[in-house]
Design a binder for this molecule. Structure first.
Ligand code: WQD
Length: 330
């Protein structure tokens, strides 16, 4: 099967590339604009997979380059992971998010239709839901995103749903909760340049000794210990969910929440590194971040029933793989 993976050198994309390359029938083309990924990750994928694949540095905003790629590619399936994903940045620079996420996706869909490529699996996010009274989010919750990042993902979902209803494409939309953890080799993980916004990449900087302590944003949330609670899903479980979609996408379009159904607080995460890695994370409490909510996690029934997938890993695997990656990438 001829697969195009957009954003394939990123944190999630690179792990998915390894999963796809395990199938010897896969002919994989990775595109990435390298705005949030390192070219060296291409060599890491080659080293770990021992397989050949094509890579092209490509910005989805470049329609001509995209058209040329599709002319030669003859793709059967698209995994669309490329996009900007910082909530904080999206609030400061919405234009970048409309261009990268929405226009980039429109160009991709245009190229698919022009070249009669039918199947697309889209990397969406639980951030599309926004705030809800209930903490356990299911796929039929209304989508009321409270930041530009979430809004762009909702817009792309709506385009996919419209094209599917017009029988132009088949699509599976995966709404990720909080991806975490690293590849078992310790050679792939989330290691953004600069000071990360997200919790786990920040903890990686602490383990590497680049920052001294964790700033915990808020300790008066309505959770068991007052710190924010999220549904952290191991990257390998996330990859397994994508691989399950390959067969299903041709048969039935659908939308799935991808999470574990088990929320953990920031203090739970800190304790997991002590318990499973014997590593103490120092921290101080700070005021809440704007837009952060107390707790949300996934209602897991639909993916379990219709995709035949559920998460197998927990905080032990997440903390140990994160610690292993941080030590190796020192
Ligand atoms: C998790 C918890 C923070 C950093 C975001 C995006 C979401 C998805 C995942 C792409 C919260 C607390 C964090 C820190 C802290 N990304 N925290 N100190 O905000 O749940 O979700 O990333 O799809 O779309 O919104 O993840 O890791 O930033 O925060 O106390 O230095 O950790 O308050 O409770 P979030 P996060």
């Amino acid at each position: 099967m001829n697969i195009l993976l957009t954003g394939g050198l990123g944190y999630i994309g690179s792990h998915l590339a390894l999963g796809l390359l395990k199938n010897k029938k896969t002919k994989l083309t990775i595109v990435d604009d390298l705005s949030n990924a390192k070219l060296s990750t291409k060599n890491t994928i080659k080293y770990l997979s021992k397989k050949k694949f094509k890579f092209k540095k490509l910005d989805l905003k470049n329609k001509n380059k995209l058209q040329k790629l599709f002319k030669v590619g003859k793709f059967d399936l698209i995994f669309h992971l490329a996009g900007s994903k910082s909530v904080k940045e999206s609030q400061i620079n919405p234009k970048k998010y409309y261009e990268n996420n929405v226009i980039g996706s429109i160009n991709l869909l245009h190229a698919m239709i022009e070249n009669n490529v039918k199947n697309i699996i889209f990397s969406s996010t639980a951030t599309v839901y926004g705030l809800h009274k209930k903490n356990c989010y299911s796929e039929n919750f209304s989508r009321e995103p409270i930041n530009t990042y979430g809004l762009t993902k909702k817009i792309i979902e709506d385009l996919l749903i419209d094209l599917k209803e017009k029988n132009q494409i088949n699509t599976l939309i995966l709404r990720y909760f909080n991806p975490a953890g690293c590849h078992i080799s310790g050679l792939l993980g989330e290691n953004p340049q600069g000071i990360p916004n997200n919790l786990y990449p920040y903890i990686i900087k602490i383990i590497k000794g680049e920052v001294k302590y964790l700033k915990i944003f808020g300790n008066n949330y309505k959770t068991k210990d007052g710190t924010g609670a999220r549904d952290y899903i191991h990257i390998q479980d996330l990859v397994d969910a994508h691989l399950k979609c390959i067969k299903l996408v041709k048969k039935k379009s659908d939308i799935f929440n991808i999470g574990t159904g088990r929320p953990y607080t920031v203090l739970d995460i800190i304790n997991s590194f002590k318990k499973y890695c014997n590593f103490k994370i120092n921290y101080n409490f700070y005021s809440r971040r704007e837009g952060d909510i107390d707790i949300y996690y996934n209602k897991i029934s639909k993916a379990k029933k219709k995709l035949g997938w559920s998460a197998k890993r927990g905080l032990k695997e997440i903390s140990q793989s994160t610690f292993n990656f941080a030590i190796k990438s020192k």
